[in-house]
Ligand binder design. Sequence first.
Ligand code: PLP
Length: 384
Amino acid sequence: MANKEYKLGTKLIHAGVSPDPTTGAIMTPIYQTSTYVQDGPGNHKGYEYARTQNPTRTVLQNALAAIENGKYGLSFGSGMAATDAVAKLLMPGDEVIVANDLYGGTYRIFTKVFQNYGIKFHFIDMSDTENIRKHVNSNTKMIWAETPTNPLLNIIDIEGCSKIAKEHKLLLVVDNTFASPYLQNPLNLGADIVLHSATKYLGGHSDVVHGALIVNDAELDEKLRFIQNSCGAVPGPHDAWLVLRGIKTLHVRMQRHCENGRAIAEFLRSHPKVERVYWCGFEDHPNHDIAKKQMRDFGGMMSFTLKDDSIEAANSVLSKTQLFSLAESLGGVESLIGHPASMTHGSIPREERIKNGLMDSLIRLSVGIEDVEDLIEDLREALG
Ligand SMILES: Cc1ncc(COP(=O)(O)O)c(C=O)c1O
């Protein structure tokens, strides 16, 4: 790709990719190899061993950097492997300020793994970024934000977090999985590290598990690349290729996810059995003005509670949908329905979960790109 500033749709298709030098193949080959032959000791073509480098992964990493407007991209075997690599930047005694409404697996790795290594995590409400200040002390090293949050679609002001991070020389990590680079680019808003579970919108077809980090700082990139290679949570080349292919249609898919998301959020809001709809595109959604400022549109992720706030009532809806498949994960072309209390957030104790607004009847939707009339009909029938 020529050294020119292209718009997002063009970058998604072309960034990092060039025809294969040996054959001219327009699509990046899957370099299914564990090692590379050297002409003489130390005389190689930039590739020595496939945990360290793989040409398919290199192309993907360059594409990831370009679409998040960053300089360096790193890919991992899963989103959690990417989270693990970032947490390994910390030392015993370090403290991290984390949003209290976040992916259950992130909560689990922090509290059940890294806490055992002497790292302290403060789970706080970040809807007002000034609240972060109260928790900063001389041991604080990192602010960790997910926005929109999973599953309540709370919005955190990335620029506000970045201001505090810069004042106190902290690293700001933003999990951009829900928004995808189509809706939001945290590096442009002052984040230091952007994280993706590429399993979701980047892959887009529910056929791969993958993680990504994107940074601008060369020293940070070097540290993370050292962890990537030393700890070895790297993706296989076929998985890297699937994500690379998924990225090419991100803009077209996201446009439809957003259109369908709006129509379904409005349908649910007008349904008599629905208590509350959490979708960041509503003008009265908390921090909607910030969402409007930092996002290009509002996406297809939403949650809702029922007037009958019981697990039984939620189960009844969850077991009746035909098009919305009951499954963990999100961001694929097909619509998914889930129950955070028993699925994605099952690892959070009930008391903690309710305290943070994750009610028993809370149902999460990942609205796909099917015809929206069919999706609405499916929900109408399931709600009864
Ligand atoms: C917001 C968010 N971050 C991180 C992860 C972890 O990613 P993975 O499942 O690819 O390990 C997930 C998974 O659901 C997620 O939703």
